[in-house]
Design a protein around this ligand. Structure first.
Ligand code: AHR
Length: 703
C-alpha cells in the first residue's frame, strides 16, 4: 500500500522535482590530473571490395568488365552497336589458351587475360562497334582528358598449340579470320548516341598479334556533367575484331596511372586518418579456401591481373592491387595495417595449424617482405620493379578476419603459428588477433597458446545499443592486450547512415577516445558504397546498408557519420582530460516486442555523452559533447585547475531537425559540420547544445 502523502513529504517532493528540473547538466573537466595518453593511431580507415568500393568506386577505371570475365550469358555491361545499314554481332571468346576448342585457341592474350570479345561486322558502311555502359554510367565532365586504351587483334591466325616445355603440339593453322586495317573511332557519347562528348581515332594495323592502342579523349568546356553516357569503339568496315583489356581512366588523384578517383580521395584525406586496414573484412577470406585475397596476382601490369572471385557477389578486377593499397596509404599519409589470410574461409572451412598451414604462413611472410623489404630482398626487388623501390613502413599485421566464426576452434593454433613466424622474422611487428577480447559480434573465443598484443573487436549495432554501451571500455581489463576496434558502425539508414546513426557513432566514439590508452586503433566499416539502384542492365550496386561515404559515377558525399568521424579525428589532443558529468538527462527507448516477451521495461540511459582531450603543445582543449535528446541542453561547464583561458574559442556543430535526417547523392550537404566563433569562455561558463547534435568546443588556454 502507498504511504499517505503528508504535507511535508509533498513539499519535499515538489522541492526535489523543481530542483531536478532546474539544475543544468554539468560537466567538470579536471585539468589538475594527468589523463591517459591518446593513441595517435586512434582513428583510421577500414576497406575491402564491398558495395563496389573499388570497381565502380574509388579505383579510377570507368569500363565495367574490361577483361570480359564478368558474364552470365552475355558480356556484362557490353552491347553491340549497329547504326545505319550496318549489321554486327558480339560474342565472348573464353578459355584457357591450352584448354579450349581448336577454333578458339590463340585468342587469349596470356594466362591472365583469357577471355576476349569478338565483334563480327558483316557489312561495310554504317557504324558498328562495341559499347560499354560503365559502372552505372560513364561520368562525363567538362574540360577533362580521359585516357583510353585497349587491345585489338588484327589479322587472326591460330598459333601452334604448345606443350609446357615450349615444343609445338599442333602445326600452325592458316589465317582463318580477317578484319580490315584502317581507322577505328573511339568515343564517349550519350547513352542514346545522339551527343558525342569526346572522340578520337586510332589506326588499326595488320597484325597477327594482340596490339595495345592508346589515345586521349578530351571533352569541351561547355558540356554539362552527366553519367548518362557510354564508351564506344566503332568502325565502318566489315571484318572480325577481337578486343581485350578495354580501359578508360579519368584524371586521378596525384595523377597516378592506375589511380583513384579524386573526389573520394579528397573526402578521405579530409578525415586525416592514421591508418588503412586492408584488404578486408570478408574480402580477405573469400567464399572458399581458394578464394582468399590473391595478393601476388594483384601486382604488376594490368595485363597480368586476372582478377578473382571476390566475397560480395561480384568479380574483383584487382586493379586495386596490393601496391595500389599501399600507394593509397602513401597518398593520404596513412600507415598500412595489413590483414594476412590465415586459413579460414567464409564457408566455414579451415586449414589446421601445423604443416598444412606452412604455405599460408610463407605467403604472409612474402607479402610482408613485398611491403617492407629493401630492394635486395626477393619481394622487395619485385616491388621496386613494380615502380616503388622505397619500402613502406608497416607496424601492424592482422592475422585473419573474424575467426570467432570458425566453430572448429582452430584459430588458437593458427594464430600462434602465424604470430611466432612473423615475430621470428619481423620482431618489431605487432600481430593483431581477431578473437580473444571481451566480445566479438556476440561470438566469444579464447586464445590460450599465445597471448595477443592487440585484439580486433567488431560492433555493428543500432543507435540505441551504441549509446547504451558507450561506456563499454571504461572498466575494461587493462592488464592484457590493447584493443583495435577494427570494424564498427551504428547501422541506421541506407545506403548511407542517417543522423541518428551519427549520434550513436559519436556516443560510442566518446567512449573509445576516453579509453584510448586501451583502444589504440579504430576504424568504421564499411567505408564506401556505390548508391546506384538496380537498372534494366545492372544489379543494385551495394550489398551492405549503412555505409560511410556514398557515390555514383559522377559525384560523392559524406554521410552524417562521415562528418562525425571527420570532426572526431580532426579535433583531438594528445591527453585525455578527466571529466565528470552530473545531472545528465536520460532517454528511454520505446518498448519492443522482445521487451514484452522478456517482461522487461526498457531502462533509461544517458542522453548526453562527452569526452575532453588536451593538446599539451598548443594548450587547446577539445570538449566533445553529444546531445542525443530532442531538447536543447543548457550545460554548465567548469574547468578545474585551468590556467588562463581565452574567452574566445570555436565550436563545430553537426545537427539536424530529426534523427532520420540524412545526406543523399541529390542532397549531399543537408547535414555537415558548421564552425562558428564562441565568446564568454572561462573557468565556468554555460553553453547550450542543440537537440540531436554533436559538438566540438575548442577552448584555448593562454600560456
Ligand atoms: O563490413 C562488412 C563485413 O562485416 C566485413 O566484411 C566482415 O568482416 C564483417 O562481418
Amino acid at each position: 500500500m502507498m504511504k499517505p502523502c503528508t504535507t511535508i513529504s509533498l513539499c519535499v517532493f515538489v522541492f526535489i522535482t523543481t530542483n531536478l528540473v532546474a539544475q543544468n547538466p554539468k560537466l567538470t573537466l579536471d585539468l589538475t590530473k594527468p589523463g591517459v595518453t591518446v593513441s595517435r593511431q586512434l582513428y583510421g580507415l577500414m576497406t575491402e571490395e564491398i558495395n563496389h568500393s573499388y570497381d565502380g568506386g574509388l579505383y579510377g577505371e570507368l569500363i565495367r568488365n574490361r577483361v570480359f570475365k564478368d558474364n552470365a550469358k552475355t558480356p556484362e555491361a557490353w552491347s553491340v552497336l549497329q547504326e545505319g545499314n550496318s549489321s554486327a554481332a558480339i560474342h565472348l571468346v573464353a578459355g584457357d589458351p591450352d584448354n579450349v576448342p581448336m577454333d578458339q585457341r590463340g585468342h587469349a592474350i596470356n594466362s591472365a587475360l583469357t577471355t576476349c570479345l569478338k565483334l563480327v561486322v558483316e557489312t561495310d558502311g554504317g557504324r558498328a562497334g562495341i559499347a560499354n555502359e560503365g559502372y552505372w554510367g560513364i561520368p562525363v565532365k567538362p574540360n577533362t582528358t580521359y585516357k583510353a586504351s585497349f587491345y585489338i587483334k588484327g589479322l587472326g591466325s591460330t598459333p601452334p598449340r604448345r606443350r609446357p616445355d615450349g615444343s609445338t603440339l599442333t602445326p600452325n593453322s592458316p589465317v582463318i579470320e580477317n578484319n580490315t586495317p584502317g581507322p577505328i573511332t573511339v568515343s564517349i557519347e550519350s547513352s542514346d548516341g545522339k551527343t558525342v562528348y569526346a572522340s578520337g581515332i586510332i589506326t588499326l594495323i595488320k597484325s597477327n598479334f594482340w596490339k595495345k592502342y592508346e589515345l586521349q579523349l578530351t571533352t569541351a568546356s561547355d558540356i554539362k556533367p552527366t553519367a548518362d553516357a557510354r564508351f564506344v569503339i566503332s568502325t565502318n568496315r566489315k571484318g572480325i575484331y577481337y578486343f581485350n583489356l578495354v580501359s578508360l581512366f579519368p584524371p586521378t588523384y596525384n595523377n597516378r596511372a592506375n589511380g583513384n578517383r579524386i573526389d573520394i580521395m579528397k573526402l578521405m584525406a579530409d578525415m586525416k586518418p592514421a591508418f588503412l586496414r586492408f584488404p578486408g573484412g570478408n574480402f580477405l577470406e573469400g567464399p572458399k579456401l581458394t578464394d582468399a585475397f590473391p595478393w601476388k596476382i594483384t601486382l604488376g601490369p594490368l595485363e597480368s591481373r586476372p582478377g578473382h572471385k571476390g566475397s560480395w557477389g561480384y568479380h574483383a578486377t584487382d586493379g586495386m592491387g596490393l601496391l595500389e593499397f599501399l600507394e593509397w596509404c602513401e597518398d593520404i599519409k596513412m600507415e598500412p595495417l595489413l590483414a594476412v589470410y590465415a586459413g579460414y574461409s567464409l564457408d566455414g572451412d579451415h586449414v589446421d595449424a601445423g604443416p598444412l598451414l606452412k604455405p599460408y604462413i610463407e605467403d604472409a611472410l612474402n607479402e610482408i617482405e613485398y611491403i617492407t623489404g629493401d630492394i635486395h630482398t626477393y619481394w622487395g626487388a619485385k616491388r621496386a620493379a613494380d615502380g616503388h623501390p622505397a619500402p613502406f613502413k608497416l607496424r601492424y599485421v592482422e592475422i585473419g578476419n573474424e575467426d570467432g566464426f570458425d566453430a572448429s576452434g582452430s584459430y588458437d593454433g593458427r594464430f600462434a603459428q602465424f604470430n611466432d613466424a612473423i615475430k621470428a622474422k619481423y620482431p618489431a611487428l605487432k600481430c593483431i588477433a581477431t578473437i580473444g577480447g571481451r566480445d566479438f559480434l556476440g561470438v566469444r573465443g579464447k586464445l590460450t597458446i599465445r597471448k595477443p598484443e592487440i585484439v580486433d573487436e567488431h560492433y555493428y549495432r543500432n543507435a540505441w545499443e551504441m549509446e547504451e554501451d558507450a561506456a563499454h571500455y571504461d572498466n575494461y581489463d587493462r592488464k592484457g592486450f590493447k584493443v583495435f576496434v577494427g570494424e564498427w558502425a551504428t547501422r541506421e539508414g541506407a545506403p548511407t547512415t542517417n543522423l541518428n546513426a551519427a549520434l550513436g557513432d559519436a556516443a560510442w566514439m566518446t567512449g573509445m577516445e576516453r579509453n584510448s590508452d586501451l583502444v589504440i586503433l579504430s576504424c568504421y566499416a564499411p567505408l564506401f558504397v556505390n548508391v546506384n539502384k538496380a537498372t534494366s542492365t545492372a544489379p543494385k550496386a551495394w550489398q551492405w546498408d549503412s555505409d560511410l561515404i556514398g557515390y555514383n559515377a559522377l559525384t560523392s558525399f559524406g554521410s552524417p557519420s562521415y562528418y562525425v568521424q571527420k570532426i572526431f579525428s580532426n579535433y583531438i589532443g594528445n591527453k585525455v582530460v578527466p571529466l565528470t558529468g552530473a545531472n545528465i538527462p536520460t532517454q528511454t527507448r520505446p518498448a519492443t516486442k522482445k521487451d514484452s516477451a522478456d517482461k522487461k521495461m526498457p531502462q533509461p540511459i544517458p542522453g548526453m555523452f562527452y569526452v575532453a582531450t588536451k593538446d599539451t603543445k598548443t594548450g587547446k582543449i577539445f570538449l566533445k559533447v553529444v546531445n542525443a535528446t530532442g531538447k536543447p541542453q543548457q550545460v554548465d561547464i567548469e574547468l578545474n585547475g585551468a590556467t588562463t583561458l581565452s574567452p574566445e574559442g570555436t565550436i563545430v556543430v553537426i545537427k539536424g531537425d530529426k534523427p532520420e535526417d540524412t545526406n543523399t547523392i541529390d542532397d549531399p550537404e543537408k547535414i555537415v559540420p558548421v564552425t562558428s566563433a564562441v565568446k564568454g569562455l572561462g573557468k565556468k561558463f554555460t553553453r547550450t547544445f542543440d537537440p540531436y547534435s554533436v559538438s566540438v568546443l575548442q577552448i584555448n588556454t593562454i600560456k
